[in-house]
Design a binder for this molecule. Sequence first.
Ligand code: ADP
Length: 161
Amino acid sequence: MLEAIYPGSFDPVTYGHLDIIDRALHLFDRLIVAVAERGPKESFFNVEERVAMLKEVLADRPKIVVSHFDGLLADYAIRERIRFVIRGLRAVSDFDFELQMALTNSKLAPGLDTVFLMTKETHLYLSSSTVKEIAKLGGDVSEFVPPLVGERLKEGFKKEI
Ligand code: ADP
């Protein structure tokens, strides 16, 4: 059985992530969507909230497991015996960082390969940060995230004020 892991902050999950997930499902028998508990930036939603949103949004898709991990992705992949990592690429600006990460991960976990999927054109400028910025300013995010995520964003920013 061919398995892959799709790691990220998913703070929150967007249609860009979902597009990558659906396309990865054409390539792999099982996909672990893994929420990084601690990322380089502080997250808006805590890890439980991010996992819960992913689970709800992905509930109707088979072959998916939503989980979370703390620490190094390479260690997690070794523990789970996963050989492939999925990452999405939007613009050239993503490339440098992703190349560094892919090379570092294969050094830390020999045999671990990163599979890159190009973003769909319509999602080229879509990122979780942009979505949060729009929601914070009271804008409509329905084009970018599933309805339940839009609701959670609204609730989250209401609490903040
Ligand atoms: P980061 O690790 O930068 O916080 P995320 O956790 O939001 O990124 O996303 C995880 C993965 O999903 C990354 O590989 C990222 O490039 C990819 N991704 C995010 N948004 C999109 C999008 N709109 N189209 C394609 N890939 C995306």
